[in-house]
Design a protein around this ligand. Structure first.
Ligand SMILES: NC(=O)c1ccc[n+]([C@@H]2O[C@H](COP(=O)([O-])OP(=O)(O)OC[C@H]3O[C@@H](n4cnc5c(N)ncnc54)[C@H](OP(=O)(O)O)[C@@H]3O)[C@@H](O)[C@H]2O)c1
Length: 213
């Protein structure tokens, strides 16, 4: 499928490369596609403006800093309408001291308000990019939670996540992003404030008792 990644930072690069390896066509949506810092991406992707990338894609992945996420959505010029829009962002405060939303709101729900008509799915926000590059850790697969009000979109992203190598779960409706985003903050806090570094992941044990897949 044609997948647009809006943002080519840590997350955009690792997911774009991973998805290209499983035969998806990658288009990066960039504020400045001619910037030479993006040249290396041309090996496996097309580089376009944000609006053109969204227009040419069947699926869109948002991988922008929270403070720029609304701008990036506006720059898509509604080319997300009717399409699955995967929100990987976390509404982090600028100083990383916490989240700007929760527990009665979430970044994911805000994205759905901003991108009216998109089939918003919250996913790929609860672990670091080292695990996105290689979801298998000590012979266990990293778990990935997937939330959306659109069941078909949720199932599609679950299979995409499985294909990338995650142990993926349909978590439920988009309002569950209210818990996924703080959960992401637990990962961030362990990695950077508690000195664990980025080489660890969350896995689910006894999963049949916890969640039906
Ligand atoms: N890093 C992680 O391990 C991780 C894990 C899970 C979730 N997340 C979340 O994923 C999001 C991205 O994180 P990241 O680490 O990849 O950030 P990053 O490395 O700072 O990359 C952000 C990218 O977004 C682009 N960008 C910024 N403003 C934009 C706009 N208005 N329109 C289009 N593109 C724009 C930047 O490109 P230019 O500045 O060159 O235009 C850059 O390529 C964040 O919300 C983060 O919380 C991160």
């Amino acid at each position: 499928m044609k997948i647009a990644l809006i943002g080519a930072g840590n997350v955009g690069r690792v997911l774009g490369k991973g998805l290209s390896h499983i035969d998806h066509e990658i288009i990066y949506g960039l504020r400045n596609p001619d910037d030479s810092k993006y040249d290396e991406l041309k090996d496996y992707a097309e580089l376009k403006s944000v609006a053109d990338a969204a227009k040419g894609a069947e699926i869109i992945i948002l991988a922008t800093p929270w403070s720029q996420t609304k701008n990036a959505i506006d720059a898509m010029a509604e080319n997300y309408r009717g399409k699955i829009l995967i929100d990987c962002t976390n509404p982090l405060k600028d100083d990383l001291s916490g989240l700007t939303h929760g527990f009665d709101a979430s970044g994911g729900e805000e994205v759905a308000k901003w991108a009216k008509g998109a089939r918003v799915v919250k996913a790929f926000n609860t672990t670091g990019t080292s695990n996105m590059a290689n979801p298998e850790f000590n012979s266990r697969k990293s778990m990935m939670l997937i939330a959306s009000n659109d069941k078909e979109a949720r199932l599609f992203v679950k299979s995409l996540s499985d294909d990338l190598g995650f142990d993926s779960y349909e978590f439920g409706n988009l309002s569950l992003a209210r818990y996924m985003e703080p959960f992401a903050y637990v990962w961030i806090s362990l990695a950077f404030q508690h000195g664990l570094g980025t080489e660890f992941t969350f896995t689910i044990n006894n999963k049949k008792e916890l969640i039906s897949k």
